[in-house]
Write a protein that binds this ligand. Structure first.
Ligand code: SAH
Length: 347
């Protein structure tokens, strides 16, 4: 399907040339779509009539269908349930922070990474999202929210359902549209992609998107524990992962983020904190400590030693922050997206 949102600017330019249209039409179309949010060629009034006709014959605007929108009382988190053209569902969350709005987007329908603490993986991967479906989570959420109030979504975190690096090519196409000056023009440093650690792709990402922030889901500082929590560690263990992270920093000169969920009596002891310091101290990085969102699908509890753990990192001069929570009351928190709807629909 030739959905227009699947095209990066360059790909659209090439496609237009092959249709005997002008290369510069691509920039005009991009501005209509991504700046003015007009999803109809007929309204693109600076394009010649016959150009619009050719476009109409060759491209479609396949939007996502909003099935449900829920938000917490303070409207700090707004969760969208979207239906895709093939009947699958995905979820996206828009969060309000003091700096503005941030959107958490998904990259796959389901997930195959099998992290033991994460409810997303309960539903195995059905398919990768197309670039259009990644970009449209932003556009459709923006359009819905701007009906009532003028807002700007200035930040993107690729931390919804799925492993972004397992859908690498489509992710890169979508990122190109997010950052393009004729596209959504989001600052590259306002975008963060999170991976469970697909090592070869970390190096590709360093080459392809060196200015976009990269976060690594670490969650344990020794191999036995990490393998028991995250099966990916049996493929790319901590030694390989950290070596790759060093190369990433060398190639990009960018600070990496490591995510570390604190699970009660699993990875939250003083020993664990010191092991983390030892592992990460040589790296240009900081640690984002994540309070665990409990779910009845996984047998883990939230640690009661978050501050303690934070203080140990601090004392040992490993930069760390504790993640601000959003959306826990509406099941919009990490690892909990999509699950209820899928259970209802018996996926
Ligand atoms: N697959 C990617 C991105 C999706 S998950 C990755 O693994 O990084 C985004 C983050 O949320 C990851 O760090 C993940 O480990 C974390 N997460 C998953 N379930 C969670 C839960 N129940 N509570 C808190 N964080 C969770």
């Amino acid at each position: 399907m030739n959905c227009i949102f699947n095209y990066s600017l360059q790909a659209l330019e090439d496609k237009l040339l092959s249709l005997n249209l002008k290369k510069y039409n691509a920039k005009q179309i991009f501005e209509w779509i991504y700046k003015k949010k007009i999803f109809d060629f007929k309204q693109m009034t600076n394009l010649a009539k016959n150009t619009r006709e050719v476009l109409d014959k060759n491209f479609i605007f396949n939007l996502l269908t909003i099935v449900k929108v829920s938000s917490d009382k303070k409207k700090e988190a707004i969760k969208f349930l979207f239906k895709l053209y093939d009947g699958n569902y995905i979820e996206t969350v828009v969060m309000q922070f003091n700096y503005g709005y941030s959107i958490c987007i998904s990259t796959q329908v389901g997930c195959n990474m099998g992290c033991k603490f994460c409810a997303s993986g309960v539903n195995k991967k059905i398919r990768n999202l197309e670039p259009s479906e990644i970009v449209l989570q932003y556009l459709c959420a923006w359009q819905y929210l701007n009906k009532t109030k003028k807002i700007n979504i200035s930040n993107i975190v690729v931390m919804g359902i799925g492993e972004p690096f397992e859908n690498y090519n489509n992710l890169i196409i979508a990122l190109k549209t997010f950052i393009n000056p004729f596209g959504l023009q989001i600052g590259q440093r306002h975008i963060t992609v999170s991976t469970c650690g697909l090592v070869p792709k970390i190096l590709h990402f360093a080459k392809d998107m060196p200015q976009v922030n990269l976060a690594i889901s670490l969650h344990a500082a020794n191999n036995n524990l990490r393998s028991s929590l995250m099966p990916i560690n049996k493929v790319y263990n901590l030694n390989v992962l950290i070596e790759t992270c060093k190369k990433y920093v060398k190639m990009t000169n960018r600070r990496l983020t490591f995510e570390y969920i604190l699970l009660k009596n699993i990875n939250d002891s003083q020993k664990d904190a010191l092991a983390l310091v030892k592992l990460l101290k040589p790296l240009l990085c900081y640690v984002n400590l994540i309070p665990y969102n409990e779910t009845n699908l996984c047998n883990y509890s939230r640690s009661d030693k978050i501050n303690n753990f934070f203080n140990i990192l601090n004392k040992n001069r490993l930069l760390a922050t504790i993640r601000l929570e959003r959306g826990t009351k509406i099941d919009a928190a990490c690892g909990q997206l999509r699950i209820k709807e899928c259970q209802k629909k018996k996926f």
